[in-house]
Design a protein around this ligand. Structure first.
Ligand code: PEP
Ligand code: MN
Length: 331
C-alpha cells in the first residue's frame, strides 16, 4: 500500500503516523520529495492495516490494493508445474474432461473410456455438487467419489473432484486433484484445509471475484506450504447476456504474463451451451492457457446436471487436438 502524506505534513507528523506500522513489524519505505512524502508499507504483516492510516490528519490518501504483496509472492520464483497422478499441469496443454457429476458407475465408466480415447489427460466428475437449488441433483457424495477414483484407475487417468466442506478432506485421499468451486473460492477455512493437505488444488475463480481477490484466495493455500495450485477461470458476472457467464480471457492473458501458477480455462460453465464450448476452448489456448476443463457427456439430454453445456466425446477429440495446435502456434 502507498501512503501519501499531505504537503503540509512535517517530519514529526509523518514519523508519528508511521510509528505504529513500524512498531507492529510492517516494513516501511519512506520517500521524501519536493511534492511531499510518501511511504510504501508492506501488507504482509497481519498486525497492521495500512488502510487505517487514511484516518491520520497528516495523510492525504492510501492507495493500492491490499493484496499487492500476495501478487508479488505468487509471481516471484520458479514456475510451478503441478504433478498429479501422472499428469503435469503447467507444462504443455492439459485437457481435463468428464461429466459435470458422477451419476452412475456404468455411465461414468463409459464416459471415462470415451474421454481417454478423445485425448483427455485428467478425468473430472463432481460427487459433492453445490447446486443453486436445494431440490436439484446434488451428487452421489462419497460413493460417487469412489466411482470416480476407480474409473480413473481403470483408464489410467488422474481424477479431479470438488470438495465443498473441510470435513470431507479424508474422503479425498485418493483424489489426485481437489477442486474448489466458484461458490467456495472465498471459503477461507476450506482453502486452509486443502492447503494443509499438501495435495494439488484446482481453484476456480468466484463469479464476482477480482483477479486480486482470486490470487489472495490462492495465497491461502500457498500460505499453508502448498504450492500445487492450478487457477481456473470459469466466467464471471458481467453485462454479457449471450452466455451463462462472461469468460474473462483478458484475466487469463494477464495472469500468464506474471503469475507462476498454471492457469486453465473452464469454457463449459462460462458458455452454458454446448455449441459455444469449442470456440471458447480455442480462444483459451490462443491467450496462453495451460489447459482446459470441459464437461463431456455421451447422452447429454439425460444428464442430471449441466446437460445443456456438455459436449460429446467426439467433439472433445476434435477440439482438444485443435486447441493443442493453437496453443503451440501462439506460444
Ligand atoms: C464444476 O466444475 O463442477 C462446477 C460446479 O463449476 P463452478 O464451481 O465453476 O460453478
Ligand atoms: Mn457443471
Amino acid at each position: 500500500m502507498i501512503v501519501v502524506f499531505k504537503k503540509s505534513a512535517d517530519e514529526a507528523q509523518i514519523k508519528r503516523a508511521l510509528s505504529l506500522a513500524v512498531s507492529r513489524g510492517a516494513s516501511v519505505d519512506l520517500t521524501v520529495g519536493k511534492e511531499g512524502a510518501q511511504a510504501r508499507i508492506s501488507d504482509l504483516c497481519g498486525d497492521f492495516d495500512a488502510r487505517s492510516l487514511v484516518r491520520d490528519p497528516a495523510v492525504e490518501g492510501v492507495y493500492g490494493e491490499p493484496e499487492t504483496e500476495f501478487r508479488s509472492r505468487i509471481s516471484r520464483g520458479e514456475k510451478v508445474v503441478v504433478r498429479a497422478g501422472g499428469a503435469s499441469i503447467g507444462d504443455g496443454f492439459c485437457v481435463i474432461a468428464g461429466p459435470c457429476a458422477v451419476e452412475s458407475e456404468e455411465g461414468l465408466f463409459r464416459i471415462a473410456r470415451a474421454v481417454k480415447a478423445a485425448g483427455a489427460d485428467v478425468l473430472r466428475g463432481g460427487a459433492f455438487k453445490p447446486r443453486t437449488s436445494p431440490y436439484s441433483f446434488r451428487g452421489l457424495g462419497e460413493e460417487g467419489l469412489k466411482m470416480l477414483v476407480s474409473a480413473g484407475r481403470e483408464f489410467g487417468l488422474p481424477v479431479v473432484s470438488e470438495i465443498t466442506d473441510p470435513r470431507q478432506i479424508d474422503l479425498f485421499h485418493e483424489t489426485d486433484i481437489i477442486q474448489i468451486g466458484a461458490r467456495n473460492a472465498q471459503n477461507y477455512e476450506l482453502l486452509r484445509e486443502v492447503g494443509r493437505s499438501g495435495r494439488p488444488v484446482l481453484l476456480k475463480r468466484g463469479y464476482a471475484m477480482t483477479v486480486g481477490e482470486w490470487l489472495s484466495a490462492a495465497e491461502y493455500v500457498l500460505a499453508e506450504g502448498n504450492e500445487n495450485v492450478i487457477l481456473c477461470e470459469r466466467g464471471i458476472r458481467a453485462a454479457g447476456e449471450s452466455a451463462r457467464f462472461t469468460l474473462d480471457l483478458a484475466a487469463v492473458a494477464e495472469l500468464k504474463t506474471g503469475v507462476r501458477l498454471p492457469v486453465i480455462v473452464d469454457p463449459s460453465h462460462a458458455g452454458g451451451k454446448a455449441d459455444i464450448v469449442a470456440p471458447l476452448c480455442l480462444a483459451a489456448a490462443a491467450v496462453g492457457a495451460d489447459g482446459i476443463m470441459v464437461e463431456v457427456h455421451d447422452a447429454p439430454e439425460t444428464a442430471l446436471s449441466d446437460g445443456a453445456q456438455a459436449i460429446l466425446p467426439e467433439t472433445l477429440a476434435e477440439v482438444s487436438a485443435r486447441a493443442r495446435k493453437v496453443r503451440e502456434a501462439s506460444s
